[in-house]
Design a protein around this ligand. Structure first.
Ligand SMILES: [Zn+2]
Length: 263
């Protein structure tokens, strides 16, 4: 991963000075079945997220230059910031102190809550929840204890799927329909997974290689298999890191989700 430069900005909530990284590109090694593009070394998504150490406002560099109204600022400080804890519902600390940057999955969790507080569209909130989930398989978040990881996976996946579905109507990237299906399969919701994967195959104008993957994932959903896989494993039965050359890799960043109850 390449960091082009580091700039300083003021937190839009509390004016605390925060250092922001501007990120370049990374070396792509393959892609997982939920569209995470695998990279060597530190992943770009881990460098693209920022947290104010004082008030815990979190988001992308662009979120730190937003203009936030005084009532929204007061609401964030009084109602949202106190609920941004490292590990909700657990007595196990993940080593967070006010001066320390939390793990990337926590930063994305907080960024999703920040986006919600700012009234950003559902697809923007979904993007942050999906990335929180992706971070769980990247070091250092991947080192957390299995029981905690399992509960965080459930939390991040459930919120990501909900927001993706809410945003699907206004999201023009039809590959998000695939993403809802595959995230639902990984979340053991096989009925919803089958619905969205079938819809992607039959009705959506998505990427052809994802259509082939969706057919195989649909089979797995019908067999109630929730195992995490790479796209190479899904498409070719290959082991990670042995992707066939010439694979196209779509956008790293998810957006997208539709209200409705399939669950
Ligand atoms: Zn702040």
């Amino acid at each position: 991963m390449i960091v082009w430069s580091t700039i300083e900005a003021s937190c839009p909530i509390c004016s605390n000075r925060t250092r922001l990284r501007e990120v370049g590109s990374g070396f792509v090694q393959g892609q997982d079945s939920d569209l995470l593009v695998r990279m060597g070394g530190k992943h770009i998504i881990q460098a693209e997220i920022h947290t104010c150490n004082k008030c815990r406002f979190s988001g992308y560099a662009s979120d730190f230059v937003r203009t936030i109204s005084p009532p929204a600022r007061t609401r964030f400080i009084e109602e949202v910031a106190p609920t941004l804890v490292d590990d909700p519902g657990s007595t196990t600390s993940r080593g967070l102190s006010p001066q320390k940057t939390p793990l990337p999955d926590v930063q994305y969790h907080w960024a999703a809550r920040t986006a919600e507080a700012l009234g950003l569209p559902a697809c923007e909130q979904a993007d942050r929840w999906v990335r929180a989930y992706w971070c769980l398989r990247l070091a250092p978040s991947s080192y957390v204890a299995d029981a905690l990881k399992k509960s965080l996976k459930k939390l991040y996946l459930t919120r990501a799927i909900s927001r993706l579905r809410q945003g699907l109507r206004s999201d023009r990237d039809r590959n998000r329909v695939f993403l809802v299906g595959e995230l639902s399969r990984r979340n053991n919701n096989f009925l919803m997974a089958s619905h969205y994967l079938r819809r992607f195959v039959e009705r959506e104008n998505g990427a052809p290689y994802l259509k082939a993957a969706a057919l195989k994932l649909l089979e797995l959903s019908q067999k109630r298999v929730s195992q995490d896989l790479t796209l190479e494993e899904v498409l070719y039965g290959a082991k990670p890191g042995k992707a066939k050359p010439g694979n196209s890799t779509p956008d790293v960043r998810p957006r997208g989700g539709t209200p409705g109850d399939m669950g």
